[in-house]
Design a protein around this ligand. Structure first.
Ligand code: BES
Ligand code: MN
Ligand code: ZN
Length: 494
């Protein structure tokens, strides 16, 4: 889908569908007022019939309104005029996209200036309108032989501006958002692919494909490389699997060579059975999403490279399966990590931290300005924060603040949790430097505390996306989070 932005008088918009915002009380927003004047009051007369619900996101479709060049007019509720906030904005964009998807219109015009939320500004509205429409139009049907939904007709969307001159920031926002949506879609599709397709080798091929397409540097470490380096923790997780493990390193250099990179480390468990500490059968299929951290790293790099962002980013992706089997790691096994520290594996289902700790030690070689790991790490994080916020943990408060601000801006929110030393004693082991589990209390915090032992010399943050990377139930599917947050952070901080 193509997006463009320009100054355009609504009555002159020659388009399949002109989208106009309406506040509660049938009060047309700016573009709607202009269109209504040209249409001799036809829009207000239509609204007076009472067919448009006041709830933000409700829509009413009109055909061939005399005086307007558009074939259709879609009236969209924006809710109370004084209360137009981010929530109402999102509902309005989602309602618009849902209505547009069902039409025969090939193109649409949407007034970004009517969507500006107080204190956020036009570039914000542009970015989030593009992301919202793209989000609603995403489909994953490549494995269905019988397509259920009809082909999407909508091919281009113009974000229009009235009055105000078009700024360079608004143009840049459009480009940034389209690339971010491409990256988010990639993360979603990788997450949605079944675990017999999306294997560690598949992820490595995907990274090589990105490298070719966007001229990135890529290197894939194989099992023998990991053995040579001494990645005992990562190797212990892959031990029961027939799929070869990979450590993917993907590099995008958009800034000066001497500028220290942002390193993104993504958990890439392509299927998590729990290993010998086997998970229960119910919903185990959802453990195909356990590579969502890896998917978000590939997605974020794709986005940044796609928009030629002036940043240096390195993606480090440890990826393997967690399977039971005759060669699988046992509870009680002690392994030696790349850092030299030893770990007693008391539960083979706490595997994410094991592959991440070696990847984080490896990340130090890039001399990162900051390192952020992204992982579907703990069920405990879902209990703590549900499906709204990702868990944020950090050893540097400025980094944490910047991530929280980026998450607010991208509406891909995080909530900070402590990584206090007080929790470290829960990881005590009688037989090794530490255990890989810390008991039930504060499960997501002790998981982060485990990782903290491998990142002491770096500015580090950890995002636990167990509750936000996918949706369950009828709408089951990957969300692509936190690609929007990562992109926003990378652009702001570097
Ligand atoms: N991938 C899971 C975390 C997870 C569980 C994400 C449920 C989303 C939904 C992770 O590898 C895991 O199994 N964690 C264990 C850790 C425990 C054994 C300390 C968990 O959360 O139960
Ligand atoms: Mn697990
Ligand atoms: Zn896992």
């Amino acid at each position: 889908m193509q997006f463009s932005i320009r100054t355009l008088a609504p009555e002159k918009a020659k388009t399949g569908c002109l989208v106009l915002g309406v506040h509660a009380g049938n009060s047309l927003a700016r573009a709607g007022q202009l269109a209504d004047r040209a249409a001799g009051g036809a829009l207000r007369r239509a609204l007076a019939q009472g067919d448009l619900a006041a709830k933000a996101g409700s829509t009413l479709l009109l055909h061939r309104v005399a005086g307007l060049a558009a074939e259709r007019v879609l009236l969209v509720s924006l809710g109370e005029r004084g209360k137009f906030d981010v929530g109402a904005f999102r509902e309005a964009v989602r309602g618009t996209a849902t209505a547009l998807k069902g039409l025969g219109a090939k193109d649409a015009v949407l007034y970004a200036t009517d969507l500006a939320v107080a204190s956020r500004g036009l570039p914000w509205a542009v970015r989030n309108a593009v992301l919202g429409v793209r989000d609603a139009c995403y489909r994953f049907e490549q494995l269905k032989t019988q397509k259920k939904a009809p082909e999407l007709k909508l091919a281009s969307v113009t974000l229009a501006v009235t009055g105000a001159p078009l700024t360079a920031q608004a143009q840049a926002a459009l480009k940034e958002a389209a690339a971010t949506a491409d990256g988010t879609d990639l993360a979603r599709t990788l997450g949605n692919l079944p675990p017999n397709v999306c294997t560690p080798s598949y992820l490595a091929d995907e990274a090589r494909k990105l490298a070719r397409q966007f001229k990135l540097e890529v290197r894939v470490l194989e099992r023998a490389d990991m053995e040579k380096l001494g990645m005992g923790a990562l190797l212990s997780v892959t031990a029961g699997s027939r799929q070869p493990p990979k450590l993917i390193v993907l590099r995008y250099g958009g800034a000066a060579k001497k500028k220290r990179p942002l390193v993104l480390v993504g958990k890439g468990i392509t299927f998590d059975t729990g290993g010998i500490s086997l998970k229960p059968a119910a919903e185990m299929d959802e453990m195909k999403y356990d590579m969502s951290g890896a998917g978000s790293v590939l997605g974020a790099i794709r986005a940044l490279a796609g928009m030629r962002a002036p940043v240096n980013v390195v993606g480090v992706i440890p990826t393997c399966e967690n399977m039971p089997g005759g060669a699988a790691t046992r509870p009680g096994d002690v392994v030696s990590t790349l850092s030299g520290q030893t770990v007693e594996i008391l539960n083979t289902d706490a595997e994410g931290r094991l592959i991440l700790c070696d990847a984080l030690s490896y990340a130090a070689r890039f001399d990162p300005a900051a390192v952020i790991d992204i992982a579907t790490l703990t069920g405990a994080c879902v209990i703590a924060l549900g499906h709204v916020a990702s868990g944020l943990f950090a050893n540097d408060q400025r980094l944490a603040d910047a991530l929280r601000a980026a998450g607010d801006d991208a509406w891909d929110r995080v909530w900070q949790m402590p990584v206090w030393e007080d929790y470290q004693e829960q990881l005590r082991s009688n037989f090794a430097d530490m255990a890989n589990i810390g008991g039930r209390p504060a499960g997501s915090v002790t998981a982060a505390c485990f990782l903290a032992r491998f990142t002491r010399k770096m500015r580090w943050a950890h995002l636990d996306i167990a509750g936000t990377a996918w949706r369950s139930g009828r709408e089951k599917g990957s969300t692509g989070r936190p690609v929007p947050l990562l992109v926003r952070y990378a652009l702001r901080a570097h």
